[in-house]
Design a protein around this ligand. Sequence first.
Ligand SMILES: Cc1cc2nc3c(=O)[nH]c(=O)nc-3n(C[C@H](O)[C@H](O)[C@H](O)COP(=O)(O)O)c2cc1C
Length: 337
Amino acid sequence: MKTAITELFGIQHPIIQGGMHFVGFAELASAVSNAGGLGIITGLTQKTPELLAKEIKKCQDMTDKPFGVNLTFLPTFAAPPYPEYIAAIREAGIKAVETAGRSPEQYMPALKAAGIKVIHKCTSVRHSLKAEAIGCDAVSVDGFECGGHPGEDDMPNMILLPRAEEELRIPFVASGGMADARSLVAALAMGAQGMNMGTRFIATKEAPVHENVKQALLKATELDTRLVMRALRNTERVLNNKNVEKLIEIEKEKGKNLKIEDIMDQVAGVYPKVMLEGDMNAGAWSCGMMVGLINDIPTCKELIDRIMADAEFIIRQRLTGFLDGTFTVSEPRKKVA
Ligand SMILES: Cc1cc2nc3c(=O)[nH]c(=O)nc-3n(C[C@H](O)[C@H](O)[C@H](O)COP(=O)(O)O)c2cc1C
């Protein structure tokens, strides 16, 4: 399949692995890229620009296919040295950067001067238009279903994607809730040129996270995510657990007066505990509603090959079946945990 996104990034399939804190290491990014998608290393998981340079080098040793780096401009407890991270990305010869959080405007000249293609993750049409205006090459349009930060508009992809198609000139991928070939074909139908998956890629063999995390994703249903930190206008969709329930109790108690200091025990330093140690009650970590669609733990290649084969089946048979009268009705397939 060829789309504006496969051509922009020089990849075989229009599938991107979104940056994920303490998940997007070289092991996962290289596996996704070797399978024909675009793997992404999460820049800020590496504590210093020097460590990021090392992680990029490791990934380059594991794949000769293109991969990218995520730079997240979110409110963090200590402001990272972004120009130095960008210098490490440029020096390593990386040609794709996924930005997220705040607008990457001030860093665009440095990125573009190095011939880097920038895909900015946006949760609204207005932010997508801004990304287009400042010279981003593409947008990852991230709906309310997504794992991580869905913004404050609560706009699901069934509306957000067609709205993006109405206004954007640059290509966009659908992000949030993307799980399989059905998501990909639906996203293409709504004007996207590919899809970005986060949560789904955690439940793969190569994702370098604790086995407890993968088993939790297998068990969870689409009803098991929660929105937290709304009162701080930093809403995050996370997988429910004991410490998240505690967080929600504190939020109810404090209401509009909630401060980040009130919930530090539930949100700070959680990722290494969950992803590396497998402590599933450590606190708030991002997870999308599509977790209800995770039924297995394939390799990245098995996952991507299956998506592309099923997408071809859906396009050539299911969809054309409606046009030529040979349609079929699918049998229910229960989730196997
Ligand atoms: C565990 C986890 C960590 C994430 N960390 C980041 C991050 O550090 N930076 C970022 O831009 N997006 C982050 N995301 C968001 C993903 O890149 C992606 O946009 C999102 O997962 C898409 O929604 P989905 O989970 O429904 O596929 C994270 C998502 C998850 C599930």
